[in-house]
Design a protein around this ligand. Structure first.
Ligand code: SF4
Length: 200
């Protein structure tokens, strides 16, 4: 079905959402941000503490790593891509709002229609899924990210490149981790597909 909404109209709709229990603990909804005609859409798991406070995706430590990959690695700005998550409010383990967790099935069921609408409206040329939950949802698989990363998949005709979530890279050695090299290898595949110049 054709979606006649604009991305701004969808954002207004999402901003008053109380479809799931995460609406009771969030500070701000994190709709996502970036180009309205993105070549690449990055999809992560869910907002963390900083994102929840500021209402913007990927602005904490893992966001810094993703931004470096986009800006220093790919040579483009964050404004040229679209960055979002499979759920738009922060999933936490308890009401103390200390630890993050993956979204549960009921939260995914309630929120992912918004992500599908974002994809329908924005029509990215390539999707990059960051981590297992986003990869499992977009590619309808139960296989974890370690086996899926670096292998092209497809969502509604759009090529999908799964790679590790930046926070997983940071938890496992950060800049020195071989996982970061893995992410860069995956990103280079995306750049090749989009005919982007790869730095030496
Ligand atoms: Fe609504 Fe999604 Fe937030 Fe749940 S996580 S309240 S479905 S916007």
């Amino acid at each position: 079905m054709k979606n006649n909404k604009t991305i701004d109209e969808l954002k207004i709709e999402v901003e008053s959402c109380s479809r799931c229990k995460l609406s009771t603990t969030r500070k701000k909804i994190v709709f996502g941000e970036g180009s309205s005609t993105p070549s690449i859409m990055f999809i992560g798991e869910g907002p963390g503490k900083n994102e929840d406070l500021q209402g913007r995706p990927f602005i904490g430590r893992s966001g810094e790593l993703l931004t470096r990959i986009i800006v220093n690695g790919m040579g483009i700005s964050r404004d040229e891509v679209f960055i979002t998550n499979i759920v738009k409010c922060r999933p936490t383990v308890d009401m103390k709002m200390i630890k993050d967790r993956a979204p549960d099935p009921s939260e995914l069921k309630a929120c992912t229609p918004f992500l599908l609408e974002q994809l329908e409206i924005l029509k990215p040329k390539v999707i990059v899924t960051l981590g297992s939950p986003a990869t499992k949802f977009i590619l309808k698989t139960t296989i974890g990210i370690t086996k899926m990363r670096g292998i092209w998949g497809e969502y509604m005709g759009i090529p999908v490149m799964p790679t590790f979530h930046p926070s997983y890279v940071l938890r496992n050695g950060g800049d020195k981790s071989p996982l970061k090299k893995n992410v860069w290898e995956d990103i280079k595949k995306v750049m090749i597909l989009l005919n982007m110049e790869i730095p030496e």
